[in-house]
Design a protein around this ligand. Structure first.
Ligand SMILES: NCCCC[C@H](N)C(=O)NCC(=O)O
Length: 445
């Protein structure tokens, strides 16, 4: 394997994903300008994002199947074409319908990118590097969010709506050129996985789904990622400002802290996964329990939660992003390469479906309380948010039960292959005894 080529291919893939994240988050940072351009309020504007996410989530499985069939190169390039067209459409759109069509095109192209880029990792690098490179892919891609917050917003303020969105479209055009010129699905000489598919497309989907390791990835992604998405994409800002009574500057500071923690948590999580592959689901459950605990404390805290507690909450939510990448590690280690795209698509739908369901439930619970006169202090009062956001604990509990159920099947399958996973306490005690005897031997020598 030619290593500089592997790094170049991965680098282009990561750049394509970074640009996709930039396109995905670009609309969220221009809320005020969008409101004035389309003459709408917050509720209609949020439908732009919700529809974009619905398109993204619903395309994950078909995209995964297409990646297995046609390879990453064509899928990443096609995704960039869709995103470029979507941003061109937004650049000239001046009605809600044309704007929403633009965002849906962006969601469609975005859906094609991450799964295709992740598939490059095991095809270009040795297996031992995969967990860390998977984390780095997610982490570097997130920088796209900073590009949309800082240079894009500055350009839009300086040169106007159309120029701002045209410049975003041109970034996707650059991705198309780079991908077509330099990105290859697999190293020369290695059999391209998509041509060696022994099963038909539907059989690949059925086989990926039947594999309990894929479903463990799906439920891990479902359980650990959604709360951060709900917070960052929908309800975090209104909760902090209208519910908790903090200024929008403080809320924006907490949102930036979210991105920073998510960026830095990736490598340690990747190292943990490489060293303790048999403890991946336990890690997911621990992070979920921690997030649920912090949410519970915030929601029952009498009066306004102190700022430090919200900092702890945001840190716990942000760690959920890198932790959810463990789901893709399950897909990779339990599936052969010719169905990796399909398995990754199944896993990636988990967190986004959970996020969409929860976003809806939170909004619905706020509305119901208001309609029943249970939140006299207003639709977005702290007491109404407490009840509405508590629904997340139910979604987390449901996901954790599913992780535990599927994990039992995975462990039975591992045991049939001679790999026995000891209960956590036994493993910790054995590791501790090993460590002590090594220290004693070192001291005596
Ligand atoms: N460093 C956090 C990255 C989180 C990535 C996230 N788990 C995910 O599923 N991403 C899919 C995507 O398309 O961004």
């Amino acid at each position: 394997m030619n290593s500089w080529r592997a790094w170049m291919v991965w680098g282009i893939g990561v750049f394509a994903y970074l640009v996709a994240v930039m396109q995905r988050t670009s609309f969220g940072v221009v809320g005020l300008e969008a409101s004035a351009r389309f003459h709408v309020g917050g509720a209609v504007l949020s439908s732009f994002t919700v529809l974009q996410l619905v398109v993204y989530a619903s395309l994950q499985v078909p995209v995964g199947m297409l990646v297995d069939r046609f390879g990453s190169r064509i899928m990443v390039a096609t995704g960039a074409v869709f995103m470029g067209l979507g941003q061109l459409q937004i650049a000239v759109a001046d009605s809600v319908v044309t704007g929403i069509i633009g965002r849906m095109l962006v969601g469609m192209g975005d859906a094609m990118t991450f799964v295709s880029v992740l598939r490059l990792v095991p095809l270009w690098f040795p297996a031992k590097r995969s967990p860390l490179l998977t984390q780095l892919t997610g982490m570097l891609g997130m920088l796209g969010q900073l590009v949309s917050v800082i240079p894009f917003l500055a350009l839009l303020h300086a040169s106007g709506w159309t120029t701002g969105f045209l410049s975003l479209a041109s970034m996707s055009a650059l991705v198309v050129v780079l991908v077509l010129a330099l990105l290859r699905n697999a190293p020369e000489g290695s059999a391209p996985a998509q041509q060696t598919q022994p099963e038909g497309t539907r059989a690949v989907l059925a086989a990926a789904w039947r594999q309990p390791g894929t479903r463990l990835g799906l439920w891990s992604h479902f359980t650990v990622q959604f709360s951060g998405n709900v917070f960052a994409l929908a309800w975090g800002f209104p909760f902090l400002v209208a519910g908790e009574g903090y200024s929008s500057g403080s809320a924006a500071g907490l949102m930036s802290f979210f991105v920073v923690v998510a960026l830095f948590a990736g490598p340690p999580v990747g190292r943990f996964v490489s060293r303790h592959p048999l403890r991946r689901s336990t890690f997911v459950l621990l992070i979920t329990a921690l997030t649920a605990l912090v949410w519970a404390v915030v929601l029952v805290y009498p009066g306004q939660a102190p700022f430090w507690l919200l900092v702890v909450l945001v840190a716990a939510l942000a760690v959920g992003g890198p932790s959810s990448m463990i789901g893709f590690d399950f897909a990779r280690t339990f599936n052969p390469s010719h169905r990796l795209g399909t398995a990754t698509g199944i896993v990636n739908s988990g967190g986004f479906v959970a996020a969409l369901i929860t976003m809806f439930l939170v909004g619905w619970l706020l509305d119901v309380q208001h309609a029943m006169g249970l939140s006299p202090a207003g639709l977005y009062s702290l007491s109404a948010f407490r009840v509405a956001l508590a629904v997340q604990l139910l979604v987390m509990a449901f996901g954790a039960v599913m992780v535990l159920r599927v994990r039992r099947k995975v462990r039975r399958q591992l045991a049939a292959n001679g790999v026995h996973v000891a209960p956590l306490l036994v493993a910790v005690r054995t590791a501790w005894a090993d460590y002590r005897s090594r220290r004693t031997a070192e001291a005596e020598s």
